[in-house]
Design a protein around this ligand. Sequence first.
Ligand code: SF4
Ligand code: SF4
Length: 235
Amino acid sequence: MPLNEPYATWFEAVVGQPAPEEQGATCADCPMCAARGFDPQVKCCTYMPSLPNFQAGRALLVGGEAGDRVRARMAQGRPTATWLHPSEAEDALYDAHRHAFGATRDVLCPYASGQGTCTIWPYRNAVCATWFCRHDDGPTGAAMWDAAVELFHFAEGGAAVWCAGDGYEAAAARGATLTWDEIRRLGGAELAVREEALRAAHAAWSVTRAAAVDHAEQAPAAILRPGEPGEGVEP
Ligand code: SF4
Ligand code: SF4
């Protein structure tokens, strides 16, 4: 499953290579249903994401079901200039059901189709984009994605502030002009630390990947992650 934009572009800008795809996270045929009892209609989307303004705006501009979902969420959730958040009640519901991750329809993401797919896939946030239940290269892959979400969640927050002011569609238009170099300048030292962490984690992952290829061996066993998307990341 590839990254959606802008995270795919950001990833390549940071490490100089496209983001790898996790082949074991076969979302269309979700392995967690058999392995962990995930509900096939829910999978890992027992989550209440916040969308940065520019992602919400991209969905509104394109329209269709994604635009309709975002527009509905602007009425049901907590839209601010920078983020489209879940309602406080939805946040509380999510907190109350963390133990049932993947297994309850009570906290099904409002952007989920109900048939195990995401209606806003090209516009999902950094947490959703970088979360995989399995990592082809084991712990070094997990560490790389952890570093990626730390960086991209921080970056999208800064970008949302820069894009804010005239509604979500305008934020999307502004966001489309924002390069990684500009985001780097906006983020300053805090972003630089996270960026370096991703580069280091990617370098470690590259060693693992190269060793697996060179020795024509099976990569370290894929791991199942017990946590939920965004664990430790506060939107
Ligand atoms: S990332 Fe989610 S939908 Fe995709 S395979 Fe893993 S649990 Fe299933
Ligand atoms: S935004 Fe999409 S990928 Fe993220 S939790 Fe909702 S349905 Fe799943």
